[in-house]
Design a protein around this ligand. Structure first.
Ligand code: FUL
Length: 465
């Protein structure tokens, strides 16, 4: 009897599990990529001899003694990033000049040869510890292009680079993102290098299996195709990785991505808060205006991409005051704008629902709880008891099931009928649409075209002052 009863229970559980099953469509993100999307915004830091010599691309022949910050404090960098609402820091451990911010055994052009801390310092050690202290992710930029290393331009250099990678990936704890610069120029002997990308990538995964590898072609995430901080209005997270490679000449394709791409390789927007990547006293009065940064935020995070905002550390080894003030202003705007989700007050209806993936999940303020449609097109209505004034809508797809939406529209209820407010293409991880103040009792989202029945994670409405 007990056995029969257990069998019935098992059958019931199996049946209810399969009833809930929602199948992924096309390329999907790995769990590490899903977590990467959720970071949204983090800091880039360009720092090295260029900080002291006022150039963007050092020649590699600079005297390492020029690197001598007087008050270097990685805790100040981390505290600033944390207060700015950023989730991590990626540091230029080695830029094109070959100078290593850690005492690499495989180079003679490092912090060890500098005057800083009498050659006893290690920026990666200090920064990784500060990131841990402030609960930030730690990431590493390494340029394969090396204008200093004598082996550059010979087959032996790829092994040197992998050895360096091994050092940065094993000595400083978890690395969330490995940033590979695709620039490939000439080394000290006038030769270019043929990079062994599969070898480099395998080294990263060997030591940091969860790291996201950035390059023009991923495999973890891709360059967005510009250095202005803007993702495409149409932004597919997928890419045909057989076609694209680091240094890919048709890099404009990287902005929209490939609609039917074989792999999940989302875009990351890298941009500097100043005109250059490295600190220069000439740019002290050229820190981007708040309005510009807000626009960048909407153009990157608001289009389903991550924002990697560069904040150059100065010759003291500190984030300059003007830059940090601007970061705090931006943090305040973001916080105030997206603090009070009015959609939570709405009743939600959908014209189509798959199994128990019901529309309430859209406004439950939980990520990774989904509404799914049973049909390729569907409409969702948010209905308020009393009129609400709104000017932003935030949509999120359930990307763990793949990116599906090709086109959607947003309508508002006005004078007894719906009026179309906006019409766009992709949603992806996140899409933020801005419009003028609208006072209404109903907002409708129409998914007009999708590759497969849409799956959404959330719809939020805000009133930004
Ligand atoms: C480029 C480099 O050449 C720039 O100096 C900077 O590091 C930027 C983020 O990537 O390829």
């Amino acid at each position: 009897m007990i056995r029969y009863f257990s069998l019935v229970v098992v059958c019931f559980l199996l049946a209810s599990c399969s009833a809930r099953k929602l199948s992924p469509f096309g390329a999907t993100p790995s769990e590490s990529q899903l977590q990467w999307h959720e970071l949204e915004y983090y800091m880039f830091i360009h720092f090295g001899p260029n900080t002291f010599t006022n150039v963007e691309w050092g020649h590699g022949s600079e005297d390492p003694k020029v690197f001598n910050p007087t008050q270097l404090d990685c805790r100040q960098w981390a505290a600033t990033a944390k207060q700015a609402g950023m989730k991590g820091i990626i540091i230029t451990a080695k830029h094109h000049d070959g100078f290593c911010l850690w005492p690499s055994k495989f180079s003679t052009h490092t912090v060890r040869e500098s005057l800083w801390k009498n050659g006893e310092g290690d920026v990666l050690r200090e920064l990784s510890a500060a990131c841990r202290e402030y609960g930030l992710k730690f990431g590493v930029y390494l340029s394969p292009w090396d204008r200093n290393h004598p082996d550059y331009g010979t087959p032996g250099y790829n092994q040197v680079f992998v050895n360096m990678l091994g050092e940065v990936l094993t000595n400083y704890g978890e690395v969330f993102e490995q940033w590979f610069d695709g620039a490939n120029g000439e080394g000290p002997n006038g030769k270019k290098q043929e990079y062994d990308w599969p070898f480099f990538n395998s080294m990263v995964y060997k030591h940091q299996p969860n790291a996201i590898i950035f390059s023009d072609a991923g495999p973890g995430c891709r360059w967005v195709g510009n250095e202005k901080g803007f993702a495409g209005l149409t932004n597919w997270n997928t890419l045909n990785v057989e076609k694209v490679y680091p240094g890919y000449p048709d890099y404009h394709e990287l902005t929209p991505g490939h609609e039917d791409g074989t792999h999940w390789v989302p875009a990351e927007c890298d941009v500097s808060i100043r005109p250059g990547w490295f600190y220069s006293p000439d740019t002290d009065d050229k820190v981007k205006a708040l309005e510009e940064l807000v626009e960048i935020y909407y153009g990157s995070v608001g289009r389903g991409s991550n924002l990697l905002l560069n904040v150059p550390v100065d010759r003291r080894g500190l984030i300059p005051y003007a830059d940090s003030v601007r970061l705090m202003e931006l943090a305040e705007v973001i916080h105030n704008s997206f603090d009070n989700n009015l959609a939570e007050l709405a009743k939600v209806n959908a014209t189509s629902t798959f199994k128990n993936f019901n529309a309430e999940h859209l406004v439950d303020n939980h990520s990774r709880t989904y509404w799914a449609s049973a049909d390729s097109s569907a409409e969702i209505e948010l209905i308020f008891n009393e009129p609400k004034t709104v000017n932003r809508i935030v949509l999120q797809e359930g990307i763990e099931y793949g990116q599906r939406v090709k086109a959607f529209a947003v309508d508002v209820w006005k004078d007894g009928r719906y009026e179309e407010l906006d019409r766009q293409t992709t949603i992806g991880y996140k899409r933020i649409l801005s419009f003028g103040d609208l006072t209404t009792t109903k907002v409708r989202v129409r998914i007009t075209k999708a590759k497969a029945p849409p799956v959404l994670d959330g719809i939020q409405l805000f009133k930004v002052e």
